[in-house]
Ligand binder design. Structure first.
Ligand code: PLP
Length: 457
């Protein structure tokens, strides 16, 4: 068994044996700065984080070469916790009092730095989750928000200015596309939504382009862009790249290692992993992430302490869950591909997938999501969905429970069949999110439902 014994002295700079609770008030040299607004306060906290003092308190978030399972359990965690608890506590606090007026004035005038002041500017439990996510993703910094959409909208609103331009790939999450088309454009940002290939992206780029945004893999067809080509293109034009890697998780791909500037996830999915929380995270180099954090302090989409606690707990088993989901999904994909009722399967690790080569290059495994089209269209699909017992009919994915849905009747319900066809959503399409149940049971459930559907056609 590997036991890592870091002394409190190594972690906190305190003498051995001094295991006072974390989150100390830190005195710094005098400063002539005047009274701060919220922004100045955030800057101060940002400096405090950047100075490495936060690392002294929360454990190292330097790039860590330990394995993903070890990082999931120990990554970003402090060596000393309040009450010496092994687990990370949920700190339910909206505010953090000052001892006296002098302390407040010292803080306002920049002579005193302290980690927490008010809940919109930071929470100890949320910061623990951020430190663990940064360790897993190999990021300098991470900022959590109340949902994946909060992370996407806050980041894009913060990074873009009127007159600038963003390129998105057409298969990004429906709400991301709507946000760009409806909200960003209203604020004067030019938006191009293009096919998810490097030629289409390159031809959409212009002198005002600031961001290229894509998912990897995408949903529901699990497309995997050529990330190296994307990075080359963006760097040659001084454009920032953002990848929504929700489907990949840091277990299957770490886009920052591939040269991507910013990674985001809906933490609602694999990161939380238990279908019991909503969250979103943005990761990357410290200046970009701290700029996004500044926006969070203004817009207010903070993650609550309870969700952060659940997230830390869920992350401990991230590697175990994802490895299991990878294996089961690959097995189901191969089984479905051999089933006579199935027309086509989309799973990146199948040789038949259009981006199989790219997937092999960039993904360690294919993930827990797969899509397939069955003969007989929408009604045959409904027969399968209503025929399974273990898979629950629900939106979302990435949790321990297996889920199933018909994209034409879920995410794309509001579109007419011809509009669905135009954007490539086939009527007989079914999307499966593989949980952690026994693969034998999942396979039997799905195949029985397919056999019954085949008998009805
Ligand atoms: C790829 C992707 N990104 C972002 C989101 C939005 O995340 P949330 O539901 O946590 O707001 C989703 C939601 O399904 C998604 O699939």
């Amino acid at each position: 068994m590997h036991v890592r014994r870091a002394t409190p002295a190594a972690a906190t700079g305190r003498p051995p044996g001094d295991e006072r609770p974390n989150w100390p008030v830190l005195a710094v040299a005098g400063s002539s700065r005047g009274r701060r607004g919220a922004t100045t306060s955030r800057r101060r906290l940002t400096r405090w984080r950047a100075s490495g003092l936060l690392r002294a308190v929360t454990g190292s978030n330097d790039r860590d070469s330990r394995g993903p399972s070890t990082l999931a359990v120990h990554g970003g965690e402090p060596y000393v916790r309040p009450g010496r608890s092994l687990t990370v506590p949920a700190v339910h606090a909206s505010t953090y009092p000052f001892d006296n007026t002098q302390e407040l004035v010292d803080f306002m005038e920049g002579r005193l730095e302290r980690p927490h002041e008010y809940g919109r500017y930071g929470n100890p439990t949320v910061e623990q989750a951020e430190a663990k996510l940064a360790a897993l993703e190999g990021a300098e910094s991470a900022v959590l928000m109340s949902s994946g959409m909060a992370a996407i909208t806050t980041t894009l609103l913060g990074m873009l200015r009127p007159g600038q331009h963003i390129v998105l790939t057409a298969d990004v999450y429906r709400r991301t596309r709507q946000f760009a088309g409806q909200v960003l454009q209203r604020y004067g940002v030019d938006v191009s939504i293009v096919e998810p290939n490097i030629e289409a992206i390159a031809s959409a780029v212009n002198d005002q382009t600031r961001i290229i945004f894509s998912e990897a893999p995408t949903n529901p067809y699990l497309r995997v862009p050529d990330i190296a080509a994307l990075v080359d293109l963006a760097r040659s034009r001084r454009i920032k790249t953002i990848i929504d890697a929700t489907l990949a998780t840091p277990i299957n791909m770490r886009p920052l290692d591939l040269g991507i500037d910013v990674v985001m996830h809906s933490a609602t999915k694999y990161l939380g992993g238990h279908n019991d929380l909503l969250g979103g995270v943005v990761l990357g180099k410290r200046p970009v992430v701290e700029a996004v954090r500044e926006q969070v302090g203004m817009f207010g989409p903070v993650l609550d302490a309870h969700s952060a606690f659940l997230l830390v707990r869920g992350l401990k088993t991230l590697a175990l869950r994802v490895v299991r989901q990878n294996e089961t999904a690959l097995r189901l994909a191969a089984r479905l591909e051999a089933h006579p009722q199935v027309k086509q399967v989309w799973y990146p690790m199948l040789a038949s997938h259009p981006d199989h080569e790219s997937a092999q290059r960039y993904l360690r495994a294919g993930g827990g999501l797969l899509s397939f089209e069955i003969h007989g269209g929408l009604s045959a699909g409904t027969g399968v969905i209503d025929g399974v017992r273990l898979f629950k009919i629900a939106p979302s994915f990435g949790g321990v429970e297996s889920l199933i849905e018909q994209p034409p009747l879920m995410s794309f319900f509001e579109l007419a069949p011809e509009d669905r066809a135009r954007i490539g959503i086939r009527e007989g399409l079914i999307r499966v999110s593989v949980g952690i149940e026994d693969a034998d049971d999942l396979e039997a459930d799905l195949v029985t439902a397919l056999d019954r559907a085949a008998a009805r056609v």
